[in-house]
Ligand binder design. Structure first.
Ligand SMILES: Cc1cc2nc3c(=O)[nH]c(=O)nc-3n(C[C@H](O)[C@H](O)[C@H](O)COP(=O)(O)O)c2cc1C
Length: 411
């Protein structure tokens, strides 16, 4: 990536993580992921957020600074919206070059940053509403948005251009290839980034969706003209599009979401799969969309994204060694850790002699306090009988009807 001008005196420097890498060591990046850093040039120069410390990445940042005529030694302020190393790792390298700058950070951020870095530099603790005047009409205003991921998080508004440097909130997976701007992307590309924003949300920040909702409310009260996040595109033509998407995704934290059923299924010998078919037919008969994921084939990252936006969940798996089919247990544990709660749910599955899958499912849902509203499960010994297949069709219809009445209306 080349450095790009976002607005007058405000530049985006960006490095892409490749498709072979895993974000946070576990989330796949089939479209890569950008790490966006911003330089604001007034009479004084500030850099807002940075990049990770992986081989060559800080050097990419320095090369892009040179492209926009910024000498690294001239940086007066390093603003840390969020201490996570994907935005701060480069500081290790930067501290070798110069210590003649001020770190601008929240109190919680400083505690965290000191744990990660040798931060013997000047620092300035900021709180909501604090400002730094960089001169030449460039003013940074800080707003704390705690627990949008980590406890330290804040956003920075450059008031002259109305550019919100938002770090993780309003972020999306997906590398930036030619241009970082929404106004240079066609509708299909924007839709791709929206899907990657959903996956990013469900993998990275959904655990904190009440804090995200509060942060979105706060942002809506600010004079924002451009949204420039730490990952993904910069929303310059239509900042409301990503703000509204995040507001909507945060609202799914209670359970009711889109009128969609996520179906997660796994099988060893096909009995459970054959019994799932009438359930899918029943859901379709009610005109409700399904998103179907087989385990272990589907990565849990995608199952999380799908479940987060769905109002209903179907789980289809057999018993295996007195418990449930293990790949299903792994997927459910992840839904539990991310507290995908309040869904309308239904479970079916085959067993041979003792059963046991249902017991483990109950235990996981209870332990994570998921509060799923279950229809009566349908379990069958070996292959489902014709009357059980009819019952499964009816369960599909019933689930779909409940989903339609519980789903949130599209705003
Ligand atoms: C390795 C293995 C372990 C199993 N363990 C149990 C068990 O503990 N209790 C039980 O009732 N059935 C058990 N079963 C039987 C399966 O639940 C049964 O074959 C079921 O029909 C498989 O469903 P599927 O065709 O959808 O894979 C086991 C089957 C296999 C292959």
């Amino acid at each position: 990536m080349e450095a790009t001008q976002v607005a007058d005196g405000l530049f985006c420097l960006s490095a892409n993580l490749g498709t072979g890498l895993l974000f946070e060591g576990m989330w796949p990046l089939p479209r890569g992921c950008s790490m966006n850093s911003y330089v604001v040039k007034g009479r004084e120069v500030a850099i807002v957020d940075g990049v990770c410390d992986w081989d060559g990445v800080p050097e990419t940042l320095y090369a892009q600074m040179a492209q926009i005529g910024v000498d690294v030694h001239s940086i007066r302020y390093v603003v840390i919206n969020h201490t996570e190393p994907d935005h701060t790792g480069w500081l290790k390298s930067f501290l070798q070059i110069t210590r003649d700058f001020e770190v601008v950070i929240t109190q919680k951020g400083l505690e965290l940053a000191r744990a990660f870095y040798d931060l013997e530099v000047n620092y300035r603790i900021v709180r909501s509403g604090d400002t730094i005047d960089l001169g030449n009409g460039k003013m940074l205003r800080f707003e704390e948005t705690p627990n949008v991921h980590w406890p330290d998080t804040m956003v920075t508004l450059e008031t002259g251009t109305g550019t919100l440097l938002s770090c993780d909130i309003f972020g999306a997976f997906g590398a930036l290839e030619q241009s970082p701007f929404d106004d240079r992307l066609d509708e299909a590309e924007l839709k791709c980034f929206e899907a990657e924003a959903l996956r990013y949300f469900a993998n990275i920040v959904c655990r904190f969706s009440p804090s995200v909702a509060r942060a979105v409310e706060k942002v809506k009260g600010l004079p924002v003209r451009i949204v420039a996040p730490g990952h993904g595109p910069i929303w310059r033509r239509d900042p409301g599009r990503i703000i509204d998407l995040y507001q909507r995704l945060a609202s799914f934290g209670g359970g009711p979401a889109e009128p969609v059923v996520t179906v997660v299924w796994g099988t060893m010998y096909g009995n459970t799969e054959r019994a799932l078919a009438p359930v899918l037919e029943g859901i379709a008969a009610e005109g409700v969309e399904t998103a179907v994921h087989q385990v272990p084939e589907t990565q849990v990252s995608n199952i999380l994204a799908s479940a987060w936006r769905s109002t209903g969940i179907v789980l289809a798996m057999p018993t295996y060694e007195f418990r449930m089919f293990p790949p299903m247990a792994a997927a459910l544990e992840e839904l539990g850790r991310k507290v995908v709660k309040g869904k309308v749910a239904f479970r079916l599955g085959s067993f041979g002699w003792s059963g046991g899958a249902q017991r483990e499912l109950d235990e996981i849902v209870e332990r994570h306090k998921l509060g799923w509203n279950f229809l009566e499960p349908v379990e069958f010994k070996g292959a489902a009988l014709p009357e059980q297949l009819e019952l499964l069709y009816e369960r599909g219809r019933e689930l779909a009807r409940r989903v339609k009445s519980a789903a949130l209306r599209q705003q």
